[in-house]
Design a protein around this ligand. Structure first.
Ligand code: SF4
Length: 238
């Protein structure tokens, strides 16, 4: 077993700490960009199942995806989109039917209420269109910071890096941040990432976190970022 990392999976035991100093993000992204493709270049199930093929689907899919693996999101979203394709249809779908359809995702009871309220907000407060700015997106029921960053980047074409559990783990191990707070990490990484890397940074970081810098035992022997990594310097380099 590897040594227990100081910046890694045990983040739930730490209180949020200030973010750490900036690392050589340009070099890190340069390596990742040569190692990983972007989602639209792969057979990513999110793309192949059309989960973001319309703004409506993008927003609903992102809301379904919190705390849920992609396979389960697909199992809920595909039958849901056979029933509804607009916020009006979502609002009018009976709660029991919506709950039954999205049962594959975590917290489906709460998400049922959130989706119905979100549909109502968009219809009544925003004329049926998804708002195109952070301040209004975050007001939507069930839409948190990560969802906003995903929507900004992938739906509204306003480059933004979403920080989920994989991205947060990677950034902590590298030493780019030192925080349990995804919001703090997102604030820092969005402020310090060079503009030319922001569009695809989330895609590279999440693939890297799922394939190499995995939660339980990072695959450092296959990692191209060892010389940029605090965790490696502390636990593996010797
Ligand atoms: S060397 Fe690479 S895989 Fe290992 S902890 Fe660091 S970033 Fe993760």
């Amino acid at each position: 077993m590897p040594a227990t990392p100081s910046r890694s999976q045990n983040t739930s035991r730490r209180v949020a700490a200030p973010v750490a100093a900036k690392r050589d993000l340009d070099a890190i992204y340069g390596i990742l960009s040569k190692t990983y493709t972007t989602f639209d270049e792969t057979d990513d199930p999110w793309m192949t199942n059309g989960l973001s093929s319309t703004p409506f689907k993008s927003l609903v899919s992102v809301c379904l995806s919190t705390m849920t693996i992609t396979k389960r999101v697909v199992n809920a979203a595909v039958p849901l989109y056979e029933k509804v394709s607009t916020f009006e249809e979502l609002r009018d779908l009976p709660d029991d039917e919506l709950r039954r359809i999205i049962k594959p995702v975590a917290h489906y009871n709460r998400k049922t209420k959130n989706l119905k309220e979100m549909a109502r907000q968009i219809i009544e407060d925003y004329g049926g269109s998804i708002p195109d700015n952070r301040d209004d997106l975050i007001k939507l029921q069930g839409v948190g910071r990560k969802c906003v960053d995903i929507l900004m980047n992938f739906t509204l074409s306003q480059d933004s890096i979403a920080v989920d559990t994989h991205v947060l783990r990677v950034l902590n191990r590298l030493g780019v941040v030192d925080t349990t707070s995804a919001k703090q990490a997102a604030d820092l990484i969005n402020a310090q990432t060079p503009a030319r890397h922001k569009r695809h940074a989330h895609e590279w970081l999440i693939q890297y976190g799922m394939k190499i810098c995995v939660a339980r035992t990072p695959k450092c022997a296959h990692c191209p970022l060892t010389k940029h990594c605090d965790w490696y310097a502390e636990h593996r380099a010797a």
